[in-house]
Design a protein around this ligand. Sequence first.
Ligand code: FMN
Length: 310
Amino acid sequence: MKLPKFKSKVFLAPMAGITDPAFRLLCQEYGAALTTTELTSIHAVTAREKDLKEFIQFSKKESPKAIQLFGSDTKLLKKAAQLVEPFFDIIDYNMGCPSPTITKNMAGAALLQKPELTENILKTLVNSVKKPITLKMRAGVNEKNKHLFIKIAKIAEKTGVSMLTLHPRTIKQGYSGTSDWSLIKELKQSINLPIVGNGDITTPEKAKEMLEQTDCDYIMIGRAAQGNPFIFKQINNYLKTGKYKTYPNKDKLKAFSKYLKYTKGFNIKFSAIKTHAMNFTKGSVGGKTLREKITKTKNIKELKTILRLP
Ligand SMILES: Cc1cc2nc3c(=O)[nH]c(=O)nc-3n(C[C@H](O)[C@H](O)[C@H](O)COP(=O)(O)O)c2cc1C
């Protein structure tokens, strides 16, 4: 299935508790060419059929956008994919989450060890909807089998998946150590699909390095975008001109203020908004004291007072 046209090479990574619809919109405004919801349970999607739009929150202005699903019950998966299909441009499937709460139910990265089930899952998705299906994976379970992703990628290619993202760490690694970019290069050389490289891109220079070292088609930024949506603009400018602007802390606060505006109309937990406030004030003068105060706030009004926002 044909992918939408992307206006740049840089995507925002799905992040649970972070990539709410307001943050996704903000990142698109700063140049993210694709945004994705946090991982979303197929059980929850089907259970919330009646108030689905309130559950899978999105803005019409966010375009193109993907929803990431997880769960391995193929009947429910079919239903969930069909329910969300009208609202998103891409359906992404999660085979990257290393969290035991997900892997113990044979979902997320645990599926890397189950090629047959994976094939069933991907076939179900591709055959149930008309939107492109993409897949996000980790490399393997541990160092010894860190090439599990190759077999899965071949199944994905055969099944009709449209694009693959690799975060080249193992489940065992969690977020420790570094991601092994050579595995992204191997993936690109083995599979004839657009490949998205992900893992440890923290600067525009690193973004360029990943593109050059691995020959991947797109790159995906996770942690470095937290409190820092500017990174998309910086990378886009650096790739085009070799230069980029740095942003002072007052710009970060302005961006957070915009984020707050965008949260209106969505049901975003105040704890998630506070996490963003902490991220956006990292590195600012007196940031530590400020963040201690942020932790104690109970609502947006108090938060705005502390940050001196209008
Ligand atoms: C707080 C947090 C939440 C995450 N949630 C998801 C998720 O819902 N789905 C997913 O595929 N990956 C998730 N990830 C992994 C990221 O998408 C990404 O693969 C990882 O952070 C590596 O990229 P980075 O080095 O640019 O952060 C999450 C990562 C973080 C830090």
